[in-house]
Ligand binder design. Structure first.
Ligand code: PMP
Length: 362
């Protein structure tokens, strides 16, 4: 079977085993005589899948009992609005670390809602090529929360250690690196992630929330935009995207079969090292965008010496079967997204292609 070398930034590669399982079960899920998509979301058969997805995530990330896993629609983007809506009382400040376009979008929504905001630190001056040092962060005890983007999908930077803030009111958008490594969950009040990179297909957003935060939602917030609505109804207040959650469950089973997040983390390091080494050993032929200590293990961003050469690289890579290597339209250049489901062999093939391209174009 021909599978592309898929380096898409999201939606992105899914494990082949997960796709084959879905194919096998597509028209007759566990002898129900129907697809999982055709089951009632109130049926026992569906609910078992839903609950297993939650419990597998809890096991994989060792989520303590004082946290809940919620499934919400609207993408990570809706969380940009739900966070200030639910957590910021009148006059309370939402504090944001700006590390790229997604953090900018997050603070923008808080402002639209008329909430007070502040910027704990920003890396905009150097075109988001780094994560600010913990010592640079301007955090006040009265902040409602501190919001970070743990991995910056577009610029290719990633937090290596996390700040500790008062009452652990740290909120992280982990859309592009959740489940790529073990996490100190206790440092966070809330973690959220659109599924379409490391967790499954698009259509579902996973929220890991500390239970005491559920009491914060204001009465003026509409029901489907309140975290406590999802919590009280086990994320079945209205119809969830059942097929996406089924796929999420299958991806979580796959991660478990791979040996869990620690084994995945080791593999992710090895995969990223192949490509970063090709950059570092190229004598400047390839130039990484991110500063070394801020490099993402999920999105590897780099440039060639001219736009023309980048174009040639991308065209020849495409002809050789590599997909999704174009940089984001806002920054240009090249980006290889090496999420959990991208096989080591695909990264090896890309490394070899980069070396070969350099030899014939240097
Ligand atoms: N945050 C990050 C870090 C992302 O990479 C993305 C999407 N690529 C988003 C938020 C927005 O996610 P969604 O499209 O699910 O709203």
């Amino acid at each position: 079977m021909k599978r592309a070398y898929n380096f898409n930034a999201g939606p992105s590669a899914l494990p082949l085993e997960v796709l084959l399982k879905a194919q096998e079960e597509l028209v007759n899920f566990q002898d129900t005589g129907m697809s999982v998509m055709e089951l009632s979301h109130r049926s026992k058969d569906y609910e078992a899948v839903h609950n297993e997805a939650q419990s597998l995530l809890k096991q994989l990330l060792q989520i303590p009992d004082n946290y809940e896993v919620l499934f919400i629609q609207g993408g990570a983007s809706l969380q940009f609005s739900m966070i200030p809506m639910n957590f910021l009382a009148e006059g309370q400040v939402g504090n944001y670390v700006l590390t790229g376009s997604w953090s900018e979008k997050a603070i923008k929504e808080a402002k639209i809602l008329g909430r007070a905001t502040s910027i704990a630190a920003s890396a905009k001056e150097t075109n988001y090529d780094r994560i600010p040092k913990l010592s640079e962060l301007n955090v006040a005890p009265e902040d409602g929360y501190l919001h970070i983007t743990s991995n910056n999908t577009i610029f290719g930077t990633q937090w290596k250690e996390f700040p500790t803030v008062k009452d652990n009111m740290l909120i992280a958008d982990m859309s592009s690196d959740i489940l790529s490594k073990p996490l100190p969950i206790n440092n966070f009040a809330m973690i959220y992630a659109g599924a379409q990179k490391n967790l499954g297909p698009s259509g579902i957003t996973v929220v890991i929330i500390r239970k005491d935060l559920l009491e914060r939602s204001h009465d003026q917030v509409p029901s489907v935009l309140r975290y406590d609505t999802f919590s009280k109804n086990n994320s079945l207040y209205n119809t969830p995207p059942t097929f996406a959650i089924y796929m999420l469950r299958n991806v979580l089973q796959w991660v478990t079969d791979q040996g869990g997040v620690e084994a995945i983390a080791k593999l992710n390091e090895d995969k990223a090292a192949l490509i970063y080494n090709a950059i570092d050993e190229s004598n400047g032929f390839y130039k990484g965008h991110a500063q070394n200590d801020s490099r993402s293990l999920m999105n590897i961003t780099f440039n060639l010496s001219s736009d023309e050469l980048s174009k040639k690289f991308l065209q020849e890579a495409k002809d050789a079967g590599f997909v999704g290597l174009n940089g984001h339209r806002s920054v240009g250049g090249c980006r290889a997204s090496t999420y959990n489901a991208v096989p080591f062999e695909a990264c090896e093939a890309l490394r070899n292609f980069m070396i070969k391209f350099q030899k014939s174009n240097a």
